[in-house]
Design a protein around this ligand. Sequence first.
Ligand code: 5GP
Length: 186
Amino acid sequence: MGKGTLVAKLRERVSCLGLTVSATTREPREGETDGVSYYFLDDAEFDRRVAAGEFLEWAWVHAHRYGTLRSEVERVLAGGESVVLEIDVQGGLAVRSVMPDAVLVFVEPPSMAELERRLRGRGTEDEEQVGLRLDNAAAEMAHAADYDVRIVNDDLERACRELEDVIHTYEMDGGPSEDVRDQARD
Ligand code: 5GP
């Protein structure tokens, strides 16, 4: 069970949370839909959007580019929801620098062995990608201490309850504040 499952469960339980659709240059996996899973962009289109300032943040992750579009954040906020970004550590820290009120939750696997088991079990990545993703996960762990909260993703039910507590502690269940709306537009 990965971060996506955890966030989906959280959204079933807590209203007022909206997910953005990120843009990426990686190829779609089987079953992924453009505009739903991601906006799948080629390099030239990604470059164009970077140059046009359309990203709140973007980063190289596992040898591809991924980024959060400002328009997506605005779409969720316009719907009166608080924004959940499921992004890597570089992205998380970049968002914090432009949105200091952002709450950074580090979702960590129970162990590297378990992460490897999950990655292989999913069967969506080739050997090179599995190796890359494991190396990157180890590097990301070094930033866990920079985050506001750490949650170990071993038991879905417990991890989800901890995330709910975070939402209530930071009072994110009443929708976003005006400050956050302004920052997304800058
Ligand atoms: P995947 O290729 O498995 O869909 O995603 C790989 C990783 O990319 C995810 O674990 C997530 O951390 C990261 N990611 C997804 N979307 C974004 C984004 O918009 N920005 C950044 N910085 N990372 C992202």
